[in-house]
Design a protein around this ligand. Structure first.
Ligand code: GAZ
Length: 294
């Protein structure tokens, strides 16, 4: 019998694991990149969870009450933490991407150990609403980049990737480099090539890699507008009714948001987030038309 709140049978054997994630999630994208590199994307069932609603009961049952995603349901139990999942999928599917030489594996793991500080610094800067703190938060971000610059300069001075090809560390960092397009747009933050030659080369190669093209600049900038206003995880800024994370209207149909995040926020209409009314004829309304009809 299927439990009414669960879209699967309890104890049912799984032909493939299910990965529950939030839309445009950098953490689940790490796994998509890994699987794409191996040509094995079809071996995991990716399911998007609506970020703007309370977590469904079946997710809470899986995690034991924790709400942070992604979580992967396997036939043997639930697994969490994207870097753990990255290792697990790498070890259980096809030829491993992780370095097999123990010394190289240790170097790779050390670089992976620097990713959380970079991520946190970038998210803190994009979410900051106090213009007087920009300098200090930018400095913390630069510190995180300096640690990576020094690491790559020490362990792979002449390379592009950490080793000879896009590997496990690159799977973990590339979605973060892509999210940081929001820093380019909303903070005017650019990594100076002269100060960061090694990490710049690495990042550019990561961004250009064919296995990592799940998201692009425009999508990140539009979808993360609410983050730039200080509201993460689908939370709504005051005066708004639709999250910038919404699927409908699709980001491709919305205008680029205002860049200046320290001024008054844009409303649903300016962001192209007004859904055409249900009773209206399903004719596409131009953004200007939507604004006029409010
Ligand atoms: N360490 C976990 C992993 O899997 O690697 C991280 C998972 C995670 O943070 N999940 C978030 C979540 O589900 C969504 S992504 N949160 C909802 C909840 O109920 O717990 C990152 C930040 C940040 C703000 C947001 C995020 C982010 O800093 O991307 O810093 C790193 C959340 C203010």
């Amino acid at each position: 019998m299927q439990h009414p709140t669960m879209p699967f049978e309890v104890g049912e054997p799984l032909s493939r694991p299910t990965l529950y994630h939030i839309p445009v999630c950098p953490f689940s994208q790490r796994l998509e990149i890994l699987l794409e590199l191996k040509g094995l994307r079809h071996t995991v069932d990716f399911k998007v969870v609506d970020i703007t609603r309370p977590r469904p009961a079946y997710i809470l049952a899986l995690t034991g009450g924790a709400t942070a995603l992604p979580v992967m349901r396997t036939s043997r139990g639930a697994l969490r933490e994207s870097l753990v999942l990255l290792d697990y999928l790498d070890a259980t599917r096809g030829r491993p991407i992780a370095r097999q030489d123990p010394y190289q594996r240790a170097v790779e793991t050390m670089l992976l150990g620097l990713v959380d500080a970079l991520t946190a610094a970038g998210y803190r800067l994009v979410m900051n609403q106090d213009a007087s703190r920009r300098g200090e938060l930018t400095e913390t971000l630069l510190e995180a980049y300096r640690a990576i610059e020094a690491f790559l300069a020490a362990h792979s001075p002449d390379g592009t990737f950490l080793f000879d090809r896009f590997g496990l560390a690159e799977c973990a960092y590339t979605p973060i480099f892509q999210r940081f397009w929001f820093l380019d747009y909303y903070e005017g933050f650019a990594l100076r090539q002269e100060e960061f030659p090694r990490v710049s080369r690495w990042r550019d190669a990561c961004l250009a890699h064919p296995a990592a093209q799940q998201v692009g600049y425009e999508e990140i900038v539009k979808v993360y507008y609410d983050y730039a206003r200080g509201y993460g995880n689908g939370a709504l800024p005051p005066g708004r009714t639709v999250s910038s994370f919404a699927f409908d209207p699709p980001w491709q149909e919305r205008p680029m948001p205002p860049r200046d995040k320290y001024r008054d926020g844009a409303d649903d209409a300016e962001l192209g987030l007004c859904r055409p009314r249900a009773e209206a004829v399903p004719v596409r309304v131009s953004p200007a038309g939507r604004r006029a009809s409010r």
